[in-house]
Design a protein around this ligand. Structure first.
Ligand code: MN
Length: 504
């Protein structure tokens, strides 16, 4: 049975107030979802509970963890926004509403839309905590995908690989992106998954014995030299990233040298260098593979000492030496390889992430905007944003800033949650033609967020637009003036022209 202690125990520190808040949110969510079941037949509450646990593992704040517990109460348990606000305050309500809004976005599988959908995801969420809750929510859903009806599985897994993984990756949360990838992999590429799994299994068996012996020698070697406080980790490349490397290496696993690596984690930087010295004194390193990322961190902030050595058992192995702190950063933030890979493409990178850290909270308290509580944002995200800010100055010219996607585009929704991406200044006419020419040609009215509006009303980011059609309706001349998009203008003119021809 779930217990709030399971979450609280994961927190590095918790005050009485935190414990009380989390416990309260726990029972509130449990009651709210009481009647519901998951596809697996389990009580629905297991889902928000595990979502909150993932957030606690990511070292998120009690506020964010509570929002994780409550994230489906509005959408799935009919809890009103007033009730949430009364019980948990504006900030938690804001986060829950943000997650609810994101849940309405649907992926329709058109490749060219992925990038705008990703950007939209970010734009709509306004606050990085909303995205992280949504990622945790998705991780639990993908872990339990086996229970979801078969026809839905592939879509959800594909959406995860194409939308959620890149977001987690860009945020440098490798711990999430890796798990999301490996859980989606078998549902999207079942054959390739089997092939990769089998190749890795053979290789792993070959490696395992050698590595076990080698680990013992390392421990002995370090102890002999007075190093006893360390932890030794053995990491194997994840299946999905191995799959990608296999594609590049013509499926020849013998050409991949970093399938397994050993990590030595210490408490102090001096010891890192000492350990490197000890290791090189015992085993012969491969020339050209010794990297001091502590003295010269990678541009993304990654720090560690790397070396590859001959083990003496007929193989080579990569050894990574780092402190606990460096290791944390690599798992949860800044140290992904994102800047390397994306930095090469012009005008990409993490520029848009800077928008995620609200210097003012987007929710209002009284008339003044409330300052955000910085404690609530993990340090690595602050660093990521600072890093971005410094990069931005160097690599973005004014012209590029002006051309920034967000300043030119708005994102609006169909009532079903499909995303339509339009230029700023668009109105329901542009929207109608963006959906389909037939819809445009038979538009008789429009609703924005449930209210009837005139057809020349400017649309705003996040509006839900419903077009009312009538078989007898027909485009009017002035629509062509209203329309912002060339596409709509052309369709309107050609419809009018066609009608005039007919009537001649
Ligand atoms: Mn959920």
């Amino acid at each position: 049975m779930e217990n709030p202690k399971e979450i609280i125990n994961l927190l590095p520190f918790s005050s009485k107030k935190d414990v009380k808040l989390i416990t309260r949110a726990f029972y509130f969510a449990k009651n709210a979802h009481e009647e519901q079941k998951r596809f697996s037949g389990e009580p629905y509450f297991t889902h928000p509970f595990h979502t909150a646990k993932i957030l606690a593992e990511l070292k998120m704040s009690p506020t964010t963890i509570c929002a994780g517990l409550l994230h489906d109460t509005i959408e799935d348990a009919n809890i009103s926004t007033e009730e949430l606000k009364e019980n948990f305050g504006e900030e938690i309500l804001f986060l829950v509403e943000g997650v609810t809004k994101l849940g309405k976005l649907k992926y329709r599988g058109a490749e060219r839309h992925n990038e705008s959908l990703r950007k939209l995801f970010v734009a709509v969420s306004q606050d990085i905590r909303v995205i992280i809750i949504k990622l945790a929510d998705r991780l639990h859903n993908i872990r339990t995908l086996d229970y979801v009806p078969e026809h839905k599985r592939e879509r959800i897994a594909k959406e995860t690989l194409e939308i959620y993984v890149p977001i987690a990756y860009r945020l440098g949360i490798r711990m999430l992106s890796r798990q999301l990838e490996d859980a989606s992999f078998p549902f999207v590429y079942p054959k390739e998954y089997e092939k990769t799994k089998n190749l890795l299994r053979q290789k792993k068996n070959e490696d395992a014995q050698k590595l076990e012996k080698f680990q013992k020698s390392i421990k002995k070697g370090l102890a002999k030299n007075g190093i006893t406080k360390f932890s030794l980790e053995y990491r194997v490349k994840t299946l999905y990233s191995l799959y990608h490397k296999l594609i590049r290496k013509d499926w020849n696993i013998e050409k991949i040298y970093d399938i397994s690596a050993l990590r030595i984690i210490l408490s102090d930087i001096n010891d890192c260098y000492k350990v490197l010295g000890i290791i090189h004194g015992i085993w012969r390193p491969l020339p050209g593979r010794i990297k001091d990322y502590i003295a010269f961190p990678k541009p993304n902030g990654y720090r560690a000492l790397h070396t590859t050595i001959f083990t003496g058992y007929g193989n080579v192995v990569e050894i990574q030496i780092k402190t606990k702190e460096m290791h944390q950063e690599a798992e949860y933030g800044v140290a992904s390889h994102v800047f390397y890979k994306e930095g090469k493409k012009k005008n990409s990178g993490l520029f848009w992430v800077t928008r995620l850290l609200p210097f003012k909270a987007p929710f209002k308290k009284g008339k003044k905007e409330k300052e955000i509580n910085y404690e609530d944002i993990p340090r690595w995200i602050k660093e990521l944003v600072e890093y971005q800010a410094s990069q931005k100055l160097e690599s973005f010219t004014n012209e590029e800033m002006k051309n920034d996607f967000f300043q030119q585009r708005i994102f609006v929704f169909t009532p079903k949650g499909d995303v339509i991406d339009l230029p700023v200044g668009s109105n329901p006419i542009d929207f109608a033609y963006a959906i389909h020419t037939e819809v445009g040609n038979h538009t008789s009215g429009a609703k924005i967020n449930g209210k009837m509006v005139s057809l020349d009303t400017n649309l705003k980011n996040g509006d839900i637009v419903k077009i009312i059609t009538d078989k007898k309706a027909f485009p009017r001349q002035k629509w062509a003036e209203y329309a912002k998009t060339t596409y709509a203008k052309k369709r309107i003119r050609s419809a009018i022209q066609a009608k005039n021809e007919k009537e001649k």
